[in-house]
Design a binder for this molecule. Sequence first.
Ligand SMILES: Cc1cc2nc3c(=O)[nH]c(=O)nc-3n(C[C@H](O)[C@H](O)[C@H](O)COP(=O)(O)OP(=O)(O)OC[C@H]3O[C@@H](n4cnc5c(N)ncnc54)[C@H](O)[C@@H]3O)c2cc1C
Length: 384
Amino acid sequence: MNSSAIVVGGGLTGLAAAVAVARQGIATVHLVPKGPPDRRTSALMMPSVAFMQSAGLIGSPEALGHPLTEIRIVDATRRLIRAPETLFRSAEIGQPAFGWNFANVRLAESFDAAAAALPNLTRRAASVTDLEKTAAGIVLSLDDGTTLAAELVVGADGKKSRIRETGDFRAREHGFEQAALVCDVELARPLGGTSVEFHYENGPFTLVPAGALRANLVWIDQRPVLEAARAAGPDGLIALLAEKSQRLFGRIVPVTPAHLFLLSTLSVDRAGADGIVLVGEAAHAFPPIGAQGLNLGLRDVADLSAALASVDVTAGDWANTVSIDYARRRSNDLARTGGMVDTLFRSLLSDFLPTQTLRAGGLWAMKLLPQLRRQAFSIGMGER
Ligand SMILES: Cc1cc2nc3c(=O)[nH]c(=O)nc-3n(C[C@H](O)[C@H](O)[C@H](O)COP(=O)(O)OP(=O)(O)OC[C@H]3O[C@@H](n4cnc5c(N)ncnc54)[C@H](O)[C@@H]3O)c2cc1C
């Protein structure tokens, strides 16, 4: 067996990883179980957009998404200490946009097209049920009763990763009471390129521009509140959306069904070992604030490409070397980004007055100090 890999999982990080691995000339099998389309949207920062272009995953972002030129934060809590309304402009950092907002299904189509052009990349509609490490490589058992072996296995099989579980990785997970309600909406007044976040006691209510009068809603709140909103019927939901958005954009009408996502944080002790690497939500998950999840997943794939490019894939122990090198390359970014989002989310929800004061003070400082603002942009955009 020579230079072979299996990528497990057909989400966006799995698709990107399959293309990245096959581009190194490795015979690659991509396991993509059948499932419903991913209805989410992703705000991807400029470094992620540049990576997708350089990796041949997308062409021009204009053809697929909508630019995010401003971020407006409105403290809509009734707390004693409140943050000032803050507007961040990408022009301040000399960029035409902070990033782009894409529908995940549009990105998947584009990644699929890149995959289809690679003759050494084959796809199978199967799920992994078990994993065994053997002297000859890693053997995966599949739900169709067959087995498949390779030297390198890439686990891109999401939060409940079977590869992580059976590959002996230790994970820490914490579930939140909050969930996220997601749907596309039509506004009476356009957002332009501004993403607007209303911060409430139980989480942000965010409208992300999706072209003309269209926006993507990500509403984080207690799960029963969101379930009640979904059950309120069309007029009931429209009334709730108007109230949560402080009627700044007039009547807000959902144009797709509302989906609920449960929220949790997940981290692993290491992202690779023994010829196995974990990418995307198999390695890290957190609430969708600050648009970090897929941005981090794409940085996983970028580091996997770099680790693969720096080994001789015909040498005996190459897959083990790649997994160790990958874990080393990812360690700081995973710890830093996971910690940042967790702290931000908990500070938004905190009832503790000193925490509220710190958060409000932080936003005041950012509003007043351009240098601090630029530093925050650089961290939020995942610049390295
Ligand atoms: C509401 C919401 C909004 C978000 N917004 C943003 C944003 O604006 N910007 C951003 O950067 N991130 C955002 N994220 C995060 C982002 O969506 C995720 O980080 C990203 O989509 C995860 O992709 P993935 O491929 O790792 O996992 P998934 O999309 O979960 O894919 C996992 C895949 O693995 C497959 N699978 C599972 N088990 C097996 C098995 N045993 N065998 C084989 N295959 C298996 C599944 O079928 C699926 O195809 C958001 C998340 C949510 C919930």
